[in-house]
Write a protein that binds this ligand. Structure first.
Ligand SMILES: Cc1cc2nc3c(=O)[nH]c(=O)nc-3n(C[C@H](O)[C@H](O)[C@H](O)COP(=O)(O)OP(=O)(O)OC[C@H]3O[C@@H](n4cnc5c(N)ncnc54)[C@H](O)[C@@H]3O)c2cc1C
Length: 342
């Protein structure tokens, strides 16, 4: 088992932050992890599993072992006239999997086009966009428990999916390596037009269900995303930095008397969701720079690295934003991005 020392992580996180891992190991097949478990570097160090690094902020060097999945393979396990059961290695790039599915006429994930990162992180994060979440087509996954070496398969209910959340952020946090994920995709295409903005965008250029297909939706999602989000190869970022907060209807109603334009969406009888981007923009942060980092000028939810930012600078900026939103609206923003380091 080859373990690298003092590995630079700059090219392995989309923020482009320079940080070093004391030890670093690539896993090409599930058995590699069992070999790695026999080493002192594994047994004596704290550990972190890294995917494509697109939802991570390294706030300092990592004095431990980074385990990275490079497990490849996209295999059809079963098919009938309705469904295709596809197993995907956790080291596959999510968007490659989405494109290959559409090419093979297995549908469902068109709306999740171009989300950065690897397949292994998709259930951890329960990634979502344009009224679709990976849980919508999830069947089960396989992996290994880091603390015991036990091979464990988890089904839909066991994963406890919620908004950008799963069991892998709680009970199994940093203790479960996803080696492959199985999705149950549709054979018959039905467009998911529940997200109003996407519906409008599709119809702008004369979308009709007879002549256009899932690829058309895929391409439209890519086009919309490219106009809204910065390319992380040019400006380092990790997508939406904060989750959209869910607040009591009582707080929402009192805020509406002060801010009649407050956007809000019903979650249930007691709670509403407020867009974090609106709160951050209203607090005056959109387009503001803060040393080597700042808030993207086209989207207040995205923190950017102008080039040489340290992770700690971005962490401090996030803390300032949280404090200012808290003091103006009484709402505590929670980061979606995961902080690694001190
Ligand atoms: C420009 C941009 C746009 C984005 N847009 C969206 C969006 O629309 N919707 C959305 O949901 N997200 C979005 N994101 C966030 C990000 O793409 C997702 O969270 C993605 O799933 C992260 O994948 P990753 O492989 O980079 O994981 P990482 O960032 O490396 O890791 C994320 C988490 O997953 C865990 N993990 C990774 N691989 C494994 C594994 N094999 N086994 C166990 N745990 C693992 C890590 O330990 C960590 O906790 C965006 C990010 C960027 C940069």
């Amino acid at each position: 088992m080859f373990i690298e020392n003092n590995k630079s992580l700059k090219k392995l996180n989309t923020f482009g932050i320079e940080a070093k891992a004391r030890f670093f190991a690539n896993i090409n097949k599930a058995e590699d992890l069992l070999d790695l478990m026999q080493t002192s570097q594994y047994q004596d160090s704290k550990r972190f599993i890294l995917g494509g690094g697109s939802n991570i902020l390294f706030s300092s060097d990592f004095d431990g072992l980074i385990i990275s999945s490079n497990i490849k393979g996209i295999n059809l396990k079963a098919i009938d006239s309705e469904k295709a059961l596809v197993e995907v290695g956790s080291g596959e790039i999510w968007d490659d999997f989405v494109r290959l599915s559409i090419k093979n006429k297995y549908y469902g994930f068109e709306n999740l086009a171009l989300i950065p990162g690897k397949v292994g992180a998709a259930p951890v994060q329960n990634i979502g966009a344009y009224a679709c979440e990976q849980k919508d087509y999830f069947s089960h996954l396989s992996g290994i428990k880091l603390s015991t070496g036990e091979k464990l398969e988890l089904d839909f209910d066991e994963c406890q999916f919620a908004y950008r959340d799963s069991i892998f952020k709680h009970e199994l946090k940093d203790d479960y390596f996803v080696s492959s994920v199985v999705y149950n995709l549709d054979k018959k295409w039905t467009p998911n037009l529940k997200y109003k903005e996407l519906d409008i965008e599709l119809k702008k250029f004369g979308f009709d269900f007879i002549n256009q297909d899932a690829e058309y939706v895929y391409n439209t999602v890519c086009r919309v995303r490219k106009t809204k989000l910065p390319d992380y190869n040019e400006i380092g970022n990790a997508g939406s930095f904060f989750k959209n907060p869910i607040v009591s209807n009582q707080l929402k109603d009192s805020l509406l008397t002060l801010y009649p334009d407050l956007p809000n969406f019903r979650v249930d009888a007691e709670n509403s969701k407020i867009p974090a981007a609106w709160l951050i923009q209203k607090a005056g942060w959109k387009g503001k720079s803060y040393g080597n980092c700042g808030v993207f000028e086209k989207h207040a939810l995205i923190l950017v690295n102008y080039g040489n930012a340290k992770g700690s600078e971005i962490k401090n900026l996030a803390a300032e934003i949280i404090a200012s939103v808290e003091s103006q609206f009484g709402i505590n923003l929670e980061p979606e991005v995961i902080f690694i380091g001190e």
